[in-house]
Design a binder for this molecule. Structure first.
Ligand code: GLC
Length: 572
């Protein structure tokens, strides 16, 4: 937690960040167990060159903002060369930066400069699929059926008399089909290829040695450049049953043909060995969507990943029973493997908390996202503030998605013609898609582009920003002690300085008006720190305390109002 021990002396003391060493040091090998990790969706963070798209120059110019916010690491969504068919999760070159974001030299400078400020860099690795513009896939399309070039993917002849039926009926994670038919050089219909996401993201065949070698090289390439860890995209999907059978209705754990197959763990064991061969704890963080918590925890065995996103907590409704059950079950699932839990309120794929918590259904599911859902944003903001303190007090590491620290709502009035997300298009317009949580950040000023692009920029932000975000800019919130930004800054500073926060134990304070049946979640973290969240409909008394450290809503006559959290010091 303490950045003073983060890196090898010169990094934190250096006046010239460029002179700082590139590798995180080994002095705090457990940094990841308690870290606060800020997610940067690079297209939307800050635009340095005025083309309307966020870039590395923009991030570099705002590093002091992240230092002042109090984060320990940043996680970048993919920054590689990409046609951006799925926001960069369609990688054309794993060893190069997309020119719209900058270049490799800038990435290296950024990693060094961030580290000099005490901030480690985590990057996104996308192993399940590749861009259809990657040389491997182009070569596969240019080669005949049965050729070695096609073996790196899942090409199959179609079924039916003319081969015009798909090889199977797997459903895409983005809805719709998972197979696209190719055209032979002579113009006749050819084989089909598998894509669990869009047709621009063909799935790789992880039984092929080239595929394994490529990704191991990718890891080394970026670890050599000083990245402190990788977030592994779609981590449970890599291995497919080579027979490609239909999905059985009652598939038992491990029997699904394309999710969570046992062989996938070999991949992560190999990756862990590579990570462990570097100094300074290079971490593997899995994107593992898995309702079965025992299967989930298998990814966190000591020779596999370090942590994985806790999506169970993120998807639960604003309800004391539900959140308590999620916290307990996730802590219990992590305990046997000795891994810390992560706490995540949102990311670039899901509805912003301020919006979600202001709705009748406060849970999150991709399948229920709809346009024009009635929302009480004031209520959502109040609950999102309470949720921020609750999640920051829980044991483990914490993720903050850019803009959540400003309390941005989902942008719901983006004109249809500006929407870009394939999830929207593949649902035939029923799902609003994920653009609403990806709108460029408001930094300053009273109207778009709110300082996202530099003065005199040639282009408008790549997604239009709402006209009513003047009070949600960094500039406006920094000067307002009641803002979400002020709440986050104070909370993260307390979290950093309080020895009981971050990794460790939690003890519920049940009874005496606390506990899920009373709608109040109260727990202590070691000696002297108590967090209380009131999800009941009425103000509640707090346990005895010596000092109110922070509250998401001002106390009323000494009581904690509903939909609020408080952090208490309970003894000196
Ligand atoms: C992950 C990413 C998401 C992306 C998908 C396909 O779920 O978070 O943004 O669309 O993988 O790569």
């Amino acid at each position: 937690m303490d950045t003073a021990v983060l890196s090898t002396g010169t990094a934190t003391n250096s006046a010239d960040p460029k002179a700082a060493p590139i590798a995180p040091s080994a002095t705090d090998p457990l940094w990841w167990r308690s870290a606060v990790i800020y997610q940067i969706y690079i297209r939307s963070f800050a635009d340095g060159n005025g083309d309307g798209t966020g870039d590395l120059a923009g991030v570099r110019s705002r590093l002091s903002y992240l230092r002042d916010l109090g984060v320990d690491a940043i996680w970048f969504t993919p920054w590689y060369k990409s046609p951006l068919a799925d926001g960069g999760y369609d990688v054309e070159d794993y060893f190069g930066i997309d020119p719209s974001f900058g270049d490799l030299e800038q990435a290296e400078a950024l990693i060094r400069e961030a580290l000099a400020l005490g901030i480690r860099t985590i990057i996104d690795i996308v192993p399940n699929h590749i861009s259809d513009q990657h040389p491997w896939f182009k070569a596969a399309l240019a080669s005949p059926p049965g050729s070695p070039e096609r073996e790196r993917f899942w090409f199959r002849p179609g079924r039916g008399t003319n081969g015009d039926e798909m090889p199977n009926h797997w459903v895409s994670n983005f809805q719709g089909d998972t197979w696209t038919r190719t055209t032979n050089p002579d113009g006749t219909p050819g084989e089909w290829y598998l894509h669990l996401f869009t047709p621009e993201q063909p799935d790789l065949n992880w039984n092929h040695p080239d595929v394994r070698t490529l990704h191991e090289d990718v890891l080394r390439f970026w670890f050599d450049r000083g990245v402190a860890g990788v977030r592994i995209d779609s981590a449970a999907l890599l291995i497919k049953d080579p027979e490609l059978p239909e999905v059985p209705e009652d598939a038992k754990p491990g029997e699904h043909p394309n999710v969570d197959r046992d062989e996938v763990h070999d991949v992560y064991r190999a990756w862990r060995a590579i990570a462990d061969s570097y100094p300074g704890s290079r971490v593997l963080v899995g994107e593992v969507w898995m309702p079965d918590t025992e299967r989930f925890a298998k990814y966190l065995r000591e020779d596999e990943m370090h942590t994985a996103f806790n999506f169970d907590f993120m998807a639960r409704p604003w309800d004391a029973d539900q959140l308590r059950e999620s916290i307990d079950s996730m802590l219990a699932a992590h305990a046997p493997v000795g891994a810390p839990s992560t706490w995540v309120l949102s990311n670039h794929d899901v509805t912003r908390p301020v919006t979600r918590y202001g709705r009748e259904d406060t849970s999150f599911a991709f399948s229920t996202k709809r346009f024009h859902t009635p929302t009480d944003l004031a209520l959502g903001m109040r609950r999102a503030r309470a949720a921020a303190l609750l999640s920051a007090a829980l044991p483990g590491s914490l993720y903050v998605y850019q803009g959540d620290e400003l309390g941005l709502p989902e942008a719901e009035s983006i004109p249809l013609e500006s929407l870009q997300d394939p999830m929207h298009f593949r649902s035939e317009g029923v799902d609003p898609g994920r653009d609403g949580c990806r709108v460029p950040l408001p930094w300053s000023g009273a109207e778009p582009p709110y300082g996202f692009t530099p003065e005199g920029a040639s282009s408008a932000p790549w997604l239009p920003q709402p006209a009513d975000w003047a009070n949600l800019t960094v500039e406006a919130e920094a000067g307002n002690s009641g803002s979400m930004l002020s709440l986050y800054r104070t909370a993260l500073s307390i979290r950093r300085s309080h020895p009981a926060l971050g990794d460790g134990e939690l003890t519920w304070l049940d009874g005496d008006g606390f506990g899920p049946e009373s709608g109040v979640l109260a727990f202590s973290r070691g000696l002297g720190f108590v967090s209380v969240t009131n999800l009941s409909g009425a103000p509640v008394e707090l346990p005895s305390y010596t000092r109110l450290l922070l509250a998401s809503t001002p106390l009323e006559d000494g009581l904690l109002p509903s939909d609020s959290s408080a952090w208490l010091r309970t003894q000196h």
